[in-house]
Ligand binder design. Sequence first.
Ligand code: IPE
Ligand code: IPE
Ligand code: MG
Length: 241
Amino acid sequence: MIPQHVAIIMDGNGRWAKARFLPRVAGHKRGVETVRTAIKACIERGVNYLTLFAFSSENWRRPTEEISFLMQLFITVLEQEVVKLHENGIRFKVIGDLSKFEPKIIEFIRNGEAMTATNTRLTLTIAANYGGRWDIIQATLKMLTQNPELIRNFAEKDLSQYFAMNYAPEPDLFIRTGGEQRISNFLLWHLAYTELYFTNTLWPDFNANSLDLAIQSYQQRERRFGQTSEQLQKPKPIIMQ
Ligand code: IPE
Ligand code: IPE
Ligand code: MG
């Protein structure tokens, strides 16, 4: 089966550039091209939701020049690409704490989301100034503000509707490029039962073939959700006509 929702930590841009004696930001620029490739490959393979970690709440700790470059790149990409996404039937969404961004960026995001809201071919979510812990806190605050009676007790489903990505199913496949094997405060709640895949390939080198390898690995997994293998293999009863 093709994973319905793929979530990716796009890591390794800096190392890709360093290996070529280029400034780190050259890797980020190249990484944008990989984003285009990944979107196209996901559509071709029938993936319905693609979620990309573009900037974490911890990335503000980077050198000021690198942050400014990333913000400028984000603006340029938003300006140039959102219309193309729309033409290709892609719904565009952004999750994260947008309050830290320039008003111009927020406006681009909101306009892009509104323009593409009814598209159904692929939902592309960009996680920007996103942190899994931030998401859990903001969801809890929103839930309790709107339903103060829940302070005594609440269930998973009461909370899950307040997460930033409440419009998507939980990811089936998580991919991290760049060789690190950690979550780095990405979708903490949502990855509870996601299949994890780590590759040494640096994000600018990731291509359709790399995605196929990840999907192949996913297809070999048995998703048990707490059950035993035998329970899953139990033949379905034959219904007599
Ligand atoms: C990921 O690449 C992109 C962002 C975090 C914006 P890095 O910039 O983390 O690249 P490495 O890990 O230094 O190679
Ligand atoms: C995680 O990458 C965030 C993004 C890819 C946007 P980092 O490269 O910043 O992660 P750490 O800090 O090495 O864990
Ligand atoms: Mg990194």
